[in-house]
Ligand binder design. Structure first.
Ligand SMILES: Cc1cc2nc3c(=O)[nH]c(=O)nc-3n(C[C@H](O)[C@H](O)[C@H](O)COP(=O)(O)OP(=O)(O)OC[C@H]3O[C@@H](n4cnc5c(N)ncnc54)[C@H](O)[C@@H]3O)c2cc1C
Length: 474
């Protein structure tokens, strides 16, 4: 009997899974594989909590696939370089005819896939790839001059102009006529817990993801525009970890959102429109990663920012990494990430701007720190977010417009409730004083002194960017 193999990567679901559907359509016997590389995980700075979440999801995916008659096996490989050979050996052992997968758009991932196609081809095994992470394949949408977009608003306009609701057809996988007799095996997956974040906040599996989506759309989406910036309000969907591992598809999110808004992108309910915008931002950053490979090579999008003289203070870094900078809103954001594996979007911007502007530290260190702790770590969104905040990126915040963490705190956590939740040392400080570091009210707490002066550090950052501009224009 001819056999197909579905190679699962960041698409750990049955719903809206084009590779799985194609394999089921074409083959009577279908197997599934997940290939893990500890080394690659570490090279990409992926977090330990994301690793735990991955394993929890694979266990549930194995059960769901078994109900379709598909055994899921996990194997280990040294790195992306050794992967094609290990994948081919598995295919040879199992007498596979055809491998199916959904594309990943990272540079290393694309190289890995090209090598896999070649290796499989050499032993006469077919391969087919599909798109599940985006509506349009990265690079497909172009400016009027035929160039890749580097600014979000025109990208989104073109994204909507080209949109056809047929794009949202989602096929459900069918059960195999005859179950494959072999059992799946995940025993190769080893995991040593090294994080202390609360994984219970992130129940695994497709039904948990669908529940989160449903709950958000029914109860919170309509007021998303108003509530999305307050970290104490649970006003966003918190589906990012599920999108990052593909437990939920972006297409499913857009479809369910549009259903509640008469299939309108720009009119109707503002909250839903804004929320769909955010999913499009995710696609935009995938396009940036695809069209500008330099961002995957540790380089900034804005070349002149290569000349910025970043500072380096181990003492300041240590304070930052532990949420002890002496700026309550910054520390509360960092401590949220250490505790939950997730940080509210408003605080990601505040924290990243504080790090790259007030501390004037290299955005790449902050980018790595986030990846190492986030359960939703996603290279293109994280890189895009850090480069936006540090004004080194595409469509970034202008370098002279620097968030003031105190006014951000007053505006978005006016009662200091979020700060108190994550910084218990400050629980008795009155709301009016809690935003301001080093206020007299802090004297009886063991909360640290601020590591820098906001005014001076702001001017220092502006000067550093101006100097870099001058150097690069000579
Ligand atoms: C410095 C920085 C680092 C970031 N790192 C990551 C990361 O590693 N992984 C990640 O998924 N997002 C990242 N983001 C984007 C954003 O903060 C998170 O996607 C969002 O907070 C996730 O929460 P949510 O699911 O409740 O989002 P919602 O507000 O409910 O939005 C729905 C979905 O839209 C997408 N989205 C929302 N905002 C953005 C954005 N600004 N850019 C791209 N996609 C977005 C996410 O997939 C999100 O799950 C980062 C932002 C910044 C400023």
């Amino acid at each position: 009997m001819a056999k197909g193999l579905v190679w699962f990567r960041t698409d750990l679901r049955l719903d809206d899974n084009p590779a799985l559907n194609a394999a089921l359509r074409e083959y009577e016997a279908v197997l599934a594989i997940y290939v893990f590389s500890q080394h690659q995980w570490e090279v990409h700075n992926e977090s330990n909590i994301k690793h735990e979440f991955l394993i929890n999801n694979l266990i549930l995916l194995k059960d769901s696939l078994e109900r379709l008659g598909i055994p899921l096996t996990a194997i280990n490989t040294e790195s992306f370089k050794t992967l094609p050979k290990d994948l081919s050996s598995f295919c040879t052992d199992q007498k596979i005819d055809h491998v199916f997968w959904n594309n990943e758009f990272g540079l290393n991932e694309a190289n890995r896939d090209a090598a896999s196609i070649e290796t499989l081809n050499n032993i006469s095994i077919k391969s087919s790839s599909f798109n599940d992470q985006v509506i349009y394949e990265p690079g497909f949408l172009k400016t009027a001059q035929g160039k890749p977009f580097s600014v979000f608003t025109p990208f989104k306009r073109r994204w909507i102009e080209n949109f056809d609701t047929n794009f949202l057809d989602i096929a459900k996988p069918s059960k195999l006529k005859e179950s494959y007799s072999t059992q799946g095996d995940l025993s190769n997956l080893k995991f040593a817990k090294t994080h202390s974040a609360n994984i219970d906040l992130w129940p695994a599996g497709e039904s948990a993801a669908e529940e989160k989506l449903k709950n958000f759309l029914q109860l919170k989406a309509q007021s998303y525009s108003a509530s999305r910036n307050s970290p104490i309000i649970d006003g966003t969907s918190r589906i990012s970890p599920y999108l990052a591992l593909g437990i939920l598809s972006p297409k499913r999110c857009i479809l369910e959102g549009l259903k509640l808004n008469n299939f309108e992108f720009t009119s109707g309910n503002r909250g839903i429109c804004k929320w769909i915008d955010e999913i499009v931002w995710r696609e935009f950053y995938r396009n940036i990663m695809h069209s500008f490979p330099k961002v995957s090579k540790n380089r900034p999008f804005q070349d002149y920012t290569n000349s910025i003289k970043w500072r380096h203070s181990n003492e300041e870094l240590d304070a930052f990494y532990n949420g002890k900078t002496g700026f309550p809103i910054v520390d509360a954001g960092i401590r949220q990430m250490l505790k939950e594996g997730w940080m509210h979007n408003r605080l990601r911007m505040v924290v990243a701007m504080f790090f790259t502007k007030n501390m004037l530290h290299d955005w790449r260190l902050g980018e790595k720190f986030f990846m190492q702790h986030l359960i939703d770590g996603d290279f293109s969104s994280n890189n895009g977010g850090w480069q936006w905040s540090s004004s080194t990126g595409t469509d970034s915040a202008p370098y002279f417009r620097i968030f003031n963490p105190i006014s951000q705190s007053q505006n978005f956590d006016s009662e200091g409730e979020f700060i108190k939740k994550f910084i218990p040392e400050l629980k008795d400080v009155p709301a009016a004083q809690i935003h301001q570091p080093k206020d007299d009210f802090f004297s009886s707490t063991n909360y640290p002194e601020p590591i820098l002066d906001l005014k001076e550090s702001r001017l220092r950052a502006i000067q550093a960017f101006k100097d870099a501009r001058e150097v690069s224009s000579v």
